[in-house]
Design a protein around this ligand. Sequence first.
Ligand code: 5AD
Length: 442
Amino acid sequence: MCYAIPGKVIAINGRRVTLEYFGEKREAVSELTCLAPGDFAYAQGGWVIDRVPPEEASTILDFWKEQFFELQQRDLRLSRLSLDRTGIDRHTAMVFDRALEELPLREDELLTLLELEGPRELEYLYKTANFLRYKHQGNSCCIHGIIEFSNHCSRGCHYCGISTLNRDLPRYRLSRAQILEAVGEAIDKWGFKALVMQAGEDPERSVEEVAEIIAEIRSRWAVLLFISCGEIGIPGLHRLFDAGARGLLMRFETSNPELYAKLRPGRRLEDRLEHLTAAREMGYLLITGGLVGLPGQTSRDLLKDILTARNLRPDMYSFGPLLPHPATPLAGAQRPTSEAVRKVLAVCRIADPRESRLVVTTAFETLDETAREQGLTSGANSVMLNVTPEAVRPSYELYPNRAHVGEAISRQIEVTLDLLGRLGRAPSDLGIRETDGDISGV
Ligand code: 5AD
């Protein structure tokens, strides 16, 4: 199974490597010492994962060659934007113009977009975001796998189904051997190049133990590893970076400090943001964002969430709907509409058109079974597949009836590739488009 396309190294400048595939040039950061011009390599999230032997690269490139250009054409066709603004009021049309000219939008303009209601305007919003995604990032889509390795958690977050508030949930903690087995299967059998290791804030598993597991994974496989196990402290972040983690998935949930304090008793927004900033400075790639549809959340709050995420210069934005869990204090909350979530995705893309990826979250897929297509045509270009062992997946119950809980990995891959094919997207993500300038980071 291969669903990453290797690139040819065409230039190396210190740790910055330029890769080329089918005429597309991308920049990525490499920690490999063995890479030379003419070599082939896989990269994800702007980070070189591994050298690929030339025979293997040529087999995979041959496999993709014809398909790639077909996909690109299809995406180009589907991403075209008509200049017909009939039915859109003048002020909104002007905001779209400025977005398309890539003039930085003011906050009030972004808010106008977030507050759009009319079907014609919304359609234009999504299309503008999709157009900008195509223009700057091309048709590549990155596919990460997520392994949920423990659902023990010592926090009492009011929205979360694995918090201490849910007393009836069967708890699990994968052993080191089980984690390694799941990782091995994801990489060797299914071809994943980037994995997120997620868990609750499990007091029984020390940072040191997680560090050892990460070090073992990195010594056995070439993979971009994201950690996502809550606030482990600045020394914890250092320890896991040293062990080989290169990404952090951590949402700040909401940028409204009062709402944050209410929903995460005893925790402070500023500590969360400090964690994210420190991780960024250490060289972690960041995936961050928040929840859409929290009780009391306004569109100004959502705008601030998008801007807060943008300030953190994330590798990827992650915004998804709140799905109330019956065992939590938010049990009676309303689910947001798909449109509300889709608007946030589109505005994220318009606010940051060039460099960051944007994921369609599983929560959005749970809210709406057409979410992937909706998200991918509104600026998103990333999906996460669940590679947690199937036996424990139902117990990672952040919210009820999570999408893909009962779906074998093979099936998730099949469905994903089918959708990407229909939308003209290639499961490749070699980094940042070279012409789009600076890649900061590692
Ligand atoms: N609905 C949607 N997302 C949730 N999360 C936690 N609980 C819920 C819920 N009920 C999200 C949080 C957290 C991530 C791991 O899961 O944003 O950061």
